[in-house]
Design a binder for this molecule. Structure first.
Ligand SMILES: [Mg+2]
Length: 443
């Protein structure tokens, strides 16, 4: 409890000009700490409207057996392309790892973050690269969020960005930041009883079109998709023969989908500038809407050179860029026509909003990596004007309907290629609290 006399003493200490009841800095402090002020005789009574964060923890979610696609893979009429298809990648130059990305990518699995507020409200965020990311959340970032107001979103995002500086804010740290940021948004939405898209500015669109990612193109056509992105099989180490096989691969897809549908090619960091130019020129007759992530993400000069060498080819990238910083550089240098942050990897919804604002100012589109596959990407995409499409990665077997494959409980699925938002508070995840376990408790 603070008395009016004490405040007026503070006013004198700060030498406020006469005529002001309280100088600005004191008023700001009071507005923040004692909002709204209520006087009771000579006393000013504090009504604290903040909602404090009491815990931020890495957790696992044990999804029950009844949910389709999570524990048992539904078998279709043929195996999904993900099971066996070779995809060009940064390790393709090493023959022992070349055949399939699963030969060398880490097996850390996912990790969730749970944020709890002082009234018991809780929110969830999710990301990849489990063990090391869970350590960043539990051993460093999570405890430092405790005690802050859940509504101070920009402050918390700025803290997360700066707290990671001693060990680097990109890579694994960015996955941890993403999970925390998304859990904060989920808790904020539940606290206010609003879907996250409403907190991000409201629905900018009532529905959004998805393109299908994967190589089972006929199946995606059956599902009603009108735009398709292929995973490129071969790269520089496959020489002229690989170039020819890449052309046959793209030509076949173009023949299946016809001249009107959109076709894109994902190159997953597998190329250099020279190979990208050769492949783009070879594929020009097939009218790719874009070529994606052709270069190693850190190859800054390469991105500038590629833009110069391929002025006519629409380029997309950003899936493996972290924090807002490289995206701001890409927008200002116009090295890409479409930016593709992953909301679960690059820093969460707050970072994606910074990216989308910069992209919109530069007249560049944002299409989140796998944005249609998560409630997080969907809410952001529905609210954000610079997002025209969602990606929907299809990993289930041809013949298995989308609702028989894995999805987050509560997540909307594409119908004829279009998704509509869920409207529940937060991100609308339907997770029973009994499914949530401490991340390290089961190790
Ligand atoms: Mg990609």
């Amino acid at each position: 409890m603070v008395t009016a006399k004490e405040i007026l003493r503070t006013q004198e200490d700060l030498e406020c000009p006469k005529g002001f009841l309280l100088c600005h800095s004191v008023r700001s402090t009071l507005a923040k700490d004692f909002s709204p002020l209520r006087t009771s005789g000579d006393e000013i009574v504090k009504e604290d409207k903040t909602m404090k964060i009491t815990e931020v923890k890495a957790v696992r979610i044990q999804f029950p057996a009844g949910l389709p696609g999570r524990h048992e893979r539904a078998v279709g009429r043929s195996a999904s392309w993900t099971q066996d298809a070779e995809v060009a990648n940064p390790m393709s130059r090493y023959p022992v790892y070349k055949r399939h990305r699963s030969l060398w990518t880490p097996k850390w699995g996912e990790v969730w973050c749970k944020v709890t507020l002082e009234d018991g409200t809780w929110g969830l965020g999710q990301t990849a690269n489990g063990r090391p990311v869970a350590a960043v959340i539990d051993d460093h970032l999570g405890p430092l969020m405790v005690g802050h107001d859940i509504m101070a979103g920009e402050k918390l995002a700025d803290m997360l960005f700066r707290l990671t500086k001693p060990y680097g804010s990109t890579g694994l740290a960015s996955y941890a930041v993403s999970a925390i940021d998304l859990a904060l948004w989920d808790a904020r939405g539940k606290h206010l009883g609003q879907p996250v898209y409403a907190l991000l500015g409201g629905l900018q669109k009532e529905r959004i079109q998805c393109y299908a990612t994967g190589n089972d193109v006929e199946w995606y056509q059956e599902l009603g998709f009108k735009a398709f992105k292929l995973a490129c099989p071969y790269g520089p180490t496959d020489g002229i023969e690989g170039l020819k096989k890449n052309e046959e691969f793209v030509a076949r897809a173009r023949e299946i989908i016809g001249p009107e549908a959109e076709l894109m090619l994902d190159c997953w960091m597998a190329f250099d500038v020279e190979y990208t130019v050769r492949l783009a020129e070879t594929l020009r007759p097939y009218r790719l809407k874009w070529m994606e992530e052709c270069l190693i993400p850190e190859d800054i000069d390469g991105h500038l050179a590629l833009r110069q060498r391929l002025p006519w080819q629409t380029l997309a990238t950003g899936e493996h860029w972290y924090t807002h910083v490289p995206f701001l550089w890409a927008a200002s240098h116009r090295v890409a026509d479409i930016l593709q942050p992953d909301i679960n990897w690059c820093g969460g919804a707050t970072t994606c909003r910074r990216i989308a604002d910069a992209a919109d100012a530069a007249g560049i589109a944002v299409i989140l990596h796998a944005g249609g596959n998560t409630v997080f990407g969907q809410h952001f995409s529905f609210a954000t004007p610079s997002v025209p499409w969602c990606e929907f990665f299809v990993a289930s077997d041809p013949g298995v309907p989308l609702d028989k494959g894995w999805r987050y409980p509560g997540q909307s699925l594409p119908v004829e290629g279009w998704i509509t938002p869920n409207n529940a508070p937060g991100f609308g995840l339907e997770v029973d609290p009994a499914w949530i376990e401490p991340y390290w408790g089961t190790e």
